[in-house]
Design a protein around this ligand. Structure first.
Ligand SMILES: [Zn+2]
Length: 257
């Protein structure tokens, strides 16, 4: 059976036996994979030298099983455990949101180096910076773009008018993007989103991730973008993310039509 080496982020763990766990990773070369990790579980409060932690970056070695989706983890070498996630709940839940999005939106064994890169960049941004919302928003929008889910944010999806010249804009998950006031009256549905928030969301989709550290966005605009993305993500996944319960962006953000 072939042995592979790749960078990986731990998305989730579940107990399998007294000493083993099933660990889900998002990897640079193999996309999402599930592995059985024998001897990696902490027992009796003792730290196993081989234990793997959630939301941590490793270089892993695994044996790929050809006729099973459960592979065998043989080694995990720590690259970055992002210490701020362990003592700052805001950072922890935003990082958890990234792990949950990757878990929900990706298929097993579907490789995506660019998605792995933006994940690492977002985790690093959330870990280092006081402003944790911009790295999360950038990740969400870029993930949607890479996976082919980016909604139309330049023109009204119905009449094709450029939204820069529209005073009142709505976002319709069903229509797949922004709609102008006149089209919304006809099509119905959608949520009201300020034009400024839509334009900044569109810019985030195209922005070079290496330069994201310099981006500053007004918090009221961030809330509007996150509200729009949550509404859209619920439409795609047909459910809310667990991590949203713990992220107090704004009480209205939890509202989903
Ligand atoms: Zn229109």
């Amino acid at each position: 059976m072939p042995v592979f080496k790749t960078e990986a982020i731990v998305l989730g763990r579940t107990d399998y036996s007294n000493s083993s766990q099933i660990v889900t990773f998002y990897t640079r070369n193999h996309g999402k994979i599930r592995t059985i990790a024998k001897g990696f579980k902490r027992s009796s409060g003792k730290r196993s030298p081989k234990a793997v932690d959630l939301l941590t970056h490793y270089q892993i070695l695994f044996i790929k099983k050809e006729h099973s989706s459960l592979h065998i983890l043989t080694d995990a070498i720590l690259q970055n455990n992002y210490p701020p996630f362990r003592n700052d709940l805001d950072k922890y839940y935003k990082a958890s949101c990234i792990a949950e999005l990757l878990n929900e939106f990706t298929e097993e064994d579907a490789s995506s180096g660019p998605l792995f890169d933006i994940c690492l960049h977002a985790l690093s941004g959330i870990s280092i910076h006081a402003d944790t919302i911009v790295p999360l928003l950038a990740f969400e929008i870029k993930m949607l773009k890479i996976l082919g889910y980016l909604p139309e944010l330049r023109h009204c999806v119905h009449c094709k008018n450029n939204i820069q010249y529209i005073s009142r804009t709505y976002f319709s998950a069903k229509e797949g993007g922004v709609i102008c006031n006149e089209c919304q009256e006809m099509l119905k549905g959608g949520i009201l989103v300020p034009v400024g928030a839509v334009l900044i969301a569109r810019r985030l989709a195209d922005f070079n991730i290496q330069r994201m550290d310099r981006v500053k966005i007004q918090s009221s605009i961030c809330i509007e973008i996150e509200k729009m993305l949550r509404y859209y993500i619920v439409f795609i996944l047909n459910k809310k993310l667990n991590s949203w319960k713990y992220m107090n962006l704004d009480e209205n953000v939890l509202w989903v039509p």
